[in-house]
Each structure stands twice: as C-alpha cells, then as structure tokens.
Design a protein. Sequence first.
Length: 319
Amino acid sequence: MKYPLILCIPLALANCSTEPEKEPVTQSMESASAMQGGEEIYMLYCAQCHGATGDGNGVLKHDRPARSFIDGGYSFGNTVHAIAKTTAFGIPGTPMPPFVDMLSAEQMESVATYIRNFAPTLAEAREDEKEMVVTDSPLVARGMLPAINPTLKLHPRGIVIGNPDRFSYEYRVDDVRLLSVRQGRFVLRADWGERGGAPLELLGGVVVLVDNGDPDGLFTTKDGEALHAKLKSTNTMHNYGEISYNLVAQDGRVVAQVMETCRTTTGTRTLIEQVFDIQANESVIIHPPSNTDVSNAPLVPAGNHSFIITHAIYGGDSK
C-alpha cells in the first residue's frame, strides 16, 4: 500500500528547526498522515460492511447489521487503542474478521484513528458510566478477561453473561468454555478508559470455579478426538442469556451445534445448572468437569438432545 511522500518533506524540515513553536505543527501533520493512510485502509477493507461514511450501511449485508461508528458503536471500547485491538483480532461469533495477518500495527492504528473520528464529539466514557448493570433482561459483555488467579493467564477474548438473578457466567471464547460463575454486581468496563484494551473488571464474587479456572474442553468424538467449540452467537432475548457454538473436528466438519444456558435452581440449596441443547450430526462424548453431577450418560448420539451439568456453589465474596 502506498502513502503520499510529500508529507515527509515538511516533517523533516520541522525536525531540523530549533524553533519550539514548530513542534505542535509536526504533531498535527503526523495525525493528518495517520488519518490519510487510515482512510485508504478503511475504504479498502472496512467500507463494504460499515459504509463509506461509517454509518453501518455498506454494500455487504449480514444477519447482524454492521456497527454504525457515527452513532458511537464500538464493541470493546471507544479509544484508538481499543479499536485497533478489535481490528487486529476481530470479534468471534460475528462477521467481523481479524486483520492481524493482513495489516501492520501502524496500519491498524491509522485506520483506528480514522474510525474514531467518525464520531469526533464522542467523549471518553466517564468513571460513573463504565459499570454495566443488569436489570430485567440479561446482558452480555465482550472483552479481555483478567486472570482469575495469579497462576492463570488472561484471555484476550471473552464473554460474560449476566442474568437478572445477579449471577453471571464467565466464558473464554477462542474455544468456548465456562470458566467461573459469579454472584453480585456485573461488570465494570475498565477497557473504556484512556488505556482502552484493559481487561474487564468482573465485580461479582466467584461462587463456582470450573476446574480451578482452567478447564479442559468438554467435547470429543466417540473416538476421542477433541472438538473445538467455535463461537456462533449470544442471545439475551429470553430470561437467561444464551451462548451458541459449533463443535468442529480437526478436518473442519461440524459435528454438532450447541446452545448453552446457565441458570440457578430453586430449593433449600442454590445450584447452577449448565444446560446444553445439542443438535448432533454424529455421536459426541461429554467430559464433565470435576465435582459436578450430570443428568444422563455422557455419550450423546446423533439427533437432538439435552444435557445438564450441575455445579455446587461455595461461598463467594459477593458485592
């Protein structure tokens, strides 16, 4: 990709000057250069979905409409850093692909600068605006998940589903797996600050830690081949948030489609039911986490089936 060279001449002259008033001019011209390069990249890779003016009305249409940047539609934060990070890694479960292998870091920062300026009057989120509060309907937060404890790594792409009963469910989504269940307040969007791209701050106390926060995959074929849980979508239209994914074999075939919901039980002791509605194209074996109960045999034959894994709650530091 070619960039106009004429801007290099005044930049060089500015660097040679000893007059201090030249420095703001240099910074302004560097910003203009980033904007100009960002526009070229945007029109080449982004405009067909998000529209030439950033309004979300591109020539390519999807089941889920593309983000309108002029309305402030940013999935993982409204800073240049956060937008560049989303550009690099995409958004799993949506048509937004990753560009980390197509664009350099400088190019992604340039296009992020250009995208951010579609809404130049959009203020950075204030501290009192960052908390997501679950009321009568489930909420979903997408972002980087912090390490649950110092021995574990953070997850660059994660989802937290919050239900109206004040329980929330933390998932990694590179290979969909439930990591923990929390009780209390939901999420603080720490990634909406000046350092966009910081992990989410999960406010609830942990009441279920699935296999110490680092569970293995749940699903294999009947021959023991591990299946990749590839995120498709989330849904907050019902009483409990839903997460859907395909189980994909190493050769790329889709072995099953899964819709997963977590809910609390009623009774003298609260339990967490992890409910799987499975449409299996061939037999699948479920490998439940330790210290759980299951509703039926782990071999799921081809067809439509339900399977429930029950987790016991232990005392958490709920907020």
